[in-house]
Design a protein around this ligand. Structure first.
Ligand code: UD1
Ligand code: CA
Length: 457
């Protein structure tokens, strides 16, 4: 019978070296926090419960996750060490459960590694280790002559010979609840830091004749944590590279995997091309053969197959329902919906606007709170005046209408299907179907008029 799994995440520390007013586990990573990533990985194991040990700025951490159901918060008033932290969580964990201890600042861990560690532990103890070129700061794995794990010695407690060991402790451990309870009870603070070390459980297990299994991580980067902002920035880059790799695996082509930032989720279909310096936030979906030009910023967008976004566009909360052509330099705001064949050109802003099939706004326009039919041509400099200072109003433009350049459509107003609006017109009343509406004064010429000339002083 398989044991139930309880995950304990240690997140009570301050993280002094981050020099941040935020608790360390709330430091940003890929649009979320360090703790977000650890929780993601933990949830994927489908544990019975997740316990998060909080102490430093506990209220701030809890507030950030107020909307997340099923997290068990465990207070640790004083940070007396990792062993003490785990001890705080045990009272709410039932006998017979397997406990997996994770650290709140290790976002690169893979779920697969965690489940391998749990399997390896079974009813015994397992730790995750790695061989690293620079073991400074980590606990060292001391092995007996037969290769079995004997103890973990913290860097600060290690003698010169132990410091030479390049196999290090990740800080992770899987063990049965009853055994952990027994051993944690026996911990003392007899070490340089005066803390209750979780790592001392290893030598205790040996004393009780329980073997300790070590899972050697294939990729030592999985063990990386963020202690300062340089390490945080390094983790961000590694994480971004991984996300970029995922896009390539799904069939996207990236101009440069080092010059894309994903702060949230991007789903792609094969044939997508993403040029350099694209930033994605929130949830974005890119259909087959979508082309994203250089320097684009997309937030919560849903682009239909074949859509092209040219250089330097800012798109937020918008969708295309067929292949469209957008930009360069377009700003499309929430509620924008573009049908197939729509063309939005440079310096065009839209908001809460629907454009029908084949409609165009090629240059310098503001289209807000608008229902635009199919095959409409919106000339350069057209403005929908949707705001009267107090309320927003809608502009409706029928199929096949032509809006001349530099026109203002003062909403609420309707331009009928097939209507033509002469350039420079201020439309304040509905414009009838298939007619020319124009408010321009007639042009006149003053015969013989002379330009003024500069006077001698
Ligand atoms: C720990 C391990 C070390 C390992 C390293 C990997 C111990 C004694 N040492 O050392 O072997 O190589 O991680 O990064 O376990 N925390 C609490 N409450 C406490 C103390 C710590 O919640 O009382 C949390 C911290 O917020 C942090 C994590 O536990 O997220 C690790 O604590 P930290 O002090 O950073 O441990 P290390 O000295 O790095
Ligand atoms: Ca420490």
């Amino acid at each position: 019978m398989s044991q139930t799994l309880h995950v304990v995440i240690l997140a009570a520390g301050q993280g002094k070296r981050m020099k941040s007013p935020l608790p360390k586990v709330l430091a940003p990573l890929a649009g979320g926090t360090l703790l977000d990533r650890v929780l993601d990985r933990a949830k994927a194991l489908r544990p019975e419960a997740i316990h998060v040990v909080v102490g430093h700025q506990a209220e701030t951490v809890k507030a950030r996750y107020a909307d997340v159901p099923d997290l068990h918060w465990v207070p640790q008033e004083q940070q007396l060490g990792t062993g003490h932290a785990v001890m705080m969580a045990l009272p709410t964990i039932p006998d017979g459960a397997q406990v997996l201890v994770l650290l709140g600042d290790m976002p690169l861990l893979e779920t697969e590694t965690l489940s391998m560690l749990c399997d390896l532990a079974g009813n015994e103890v397992a730790i995750l280790t790695a061989r690293v070129p620079d073991p400074a700061g980590y606990g060292r794995i001391v092995r007996a002559h037969d290769g079995s794990v004997q103890a973990i010695v913290e860097h600060r407690d290690a003698d010169a010979a132990t410091l030479l060991i390049d196999e290090v402790n990740s800080g992770l451990m899987a063990a049965p609840r009853e055994r952990l309870a027994l051993w944690l009870d026996k911990l003392d603070q007899g070490n340089v830091q005066g803390e209750y070390y979780l790592t001392d459980v290893v030598s205790l297990a040996r004393q009780y004749g329980v073997p300790v299994q070590a899972l050697l991580a294939e990729d030592p980067n999985e063990l990386l944590g963020a202690n300062d902002r340089w390490q945080l920035a390094t983790l961000e880059r590694m994480f971004q590279r991984r996300l970029a790799h995922g896009l390539c695996d799904a069939g996207a082509t990236l101009a440069d995997p080092a010059r894309i930032d994903i702060r949230g989720d991007v789903s792609v279909e094969p044939g997508v091309f993403i040029d350099v310096n694209a930033v994605f936030e929130g949830y974005n979906r890119l259909g087959a053969d979508v082309h994203i030009g250089p320097g684009c910023h997309l937030i919560d967008c849903d682009l239909a197959p074949g859509t092209t976004v040219n250089a330097h566009c800012v798109l937020e909360g918008m969708r295309t329902t067929g292949a469209c052509d957008i930009g360069p330099f377009a700003r499309l705001r929430p509620g924008t919906e573009l049908a197939e064949g729509t063309r939005i050109g440079n310096f065009v802003e839209t908001k809460n606007a629907r454009l029908g099939q084949g409609s165009k706004a090629n240059h310098l326009s503001y289209v807000g709170d608008a229902e635009v039919g199919a095959d409409v041509n919106i000339g350069a400099g057209t403005i929908t005046c949707n705001y009267d200072g107090a309320n927003k109003h809608t502009t409706v433009i029928g199929d096949g209408a032509f809006i001349g350049s530099d026109s203002q459509l003062v909403a609420p107003v309707t331009v009928g299907p097939g209507a033509t609006i002469g350039a420079g017109t201020t439309v304040t009343k509905d414009a009838p179907d298939n007619e020319l509406t124009v408010t321009r004064r007639r042009q006149m010429t003053i015969p013989g008029w002379k330009r003024p000339t500069k006077q001698e002083s």
